[in-house]
Design a protein around this ligand. Structure first.
Ligand SMILES: NC(=O)c1ccc[n+]([C@@H]2O[C@H](COP(=O)([O-])OP(=O)(O)OC[C@H]3O[C@@H](n4cnc5c(N)ncnc54)[C@H](OP(=O)(O)O)[C@@H]3O)[C@@H](O)[C@H]2O)c1
Length: 208
């Protein structure tokens, strides 16, 4: 697959390494692509860095992995070019409550997946990689491939298949939780947020 990763940081960097190693072509989208040489060069000819719009134009699958406050601006710019693509949203609308708990900053009852889908009516949106700690993405995916579970959600069957393939190609076992409206478990404050377990462990924690 041709994959654009918008936001080559803690989440986008290791996922790009996994996917390039699995044989995909990865374009890291950046505000300053010239700065990504140390990430891209070791990955060989299957990886490159580009401006966000160029990365999207070159890809049929797009990972959203920028800080959540930057997401709306990016989606406003790219909603047209993202039409027809599978868009995997890994972002987290994270806040901390007065009593120190992680909470979603979205309106009550709104999931991050539904919110992104509303902003991208022409795209097939999925959720994945959004509940899992970044520092374990490379180590768990490479040392114990397909042992650890990764929660996913999606309304579109084709995008679900693509997302589950890319979860496996990153070394994890996909756990489909249902449609985007049913994906609150993956958002901050949800049952799976920050939770690391096997596929069966994720299903049990999510009550599936
Ligand atoms: N960290 C975690 O454990 C974790 C776990 C699950 C989900 N998430 C979510 O995944 C997303 C990415 O997290 P992260 O820790 O990988 O983020 P990050 O490393 O802080 O940032 C990712 C990249 O986004 C770009 N960026 C930063 N500020 C931006 C802005 N204002 N506008 C546009 N692009 C900007 C930067 O790339 P350029 O400078 O190259 O443009 C940066 O390298 C977040 O929404 C986060 O909530 C994080």
């Amino acid at each position: 697959m041709n994959i654009a990763i918008l936001g080559a940081g803690n989440i986008g960097g290791p996922l790009g390494r996994h996917w390039a190693a699995a044989g995909h072509r990865v374009t890291f989208g950046s505000r300053d692509p010239g700065r990504l040489g140390s990430l891209v060069e070791p990955l060989g000819e299957r990886a490159r860095a580009a401006a966000h719009a160029d990365a999207v134009a070159a890809s049929e699958v797009v990972l959203l992995s920028v800080p959540h406050p930057a997401l709306d601006g990016l989606l406003r710019q790219l909603a047209g070019p993202l039409a027809g693509k599978t868009v995997i949203d890994a972002t987290s609308p994270i806040g901390v409550s007065d009593d120190g708990l992680f909470v979603s900053v979205l309106e009550p009852g709104v999931t991050q997946g539904s919110r992104t889908a509303e902003r991208l009516p022409g795209a097939a949106v999925a959720r994945a990689f959004c509940h899992f700690p970044d520092e374990l993405l490379w180590s768990r995916g490479t040392r114990q491939p397909h042992f650890w579970g990764m929660g996913t959600a999606c309304d579109d069957p084709g995008a679900r298949q693509v997302t589950e393939t890319l979860v496996r190609d990153a070394g994890f076992a996909p756990v489909h939780l249902g449609g985007l409206k049913e994906s609150a478990a993956l958002d901050p404050g949800g049952a799976l947020f920050g939770y690391v377990s096997t596929a069966a462990g994720l299903r049990a924690a999510a009550g599936r």
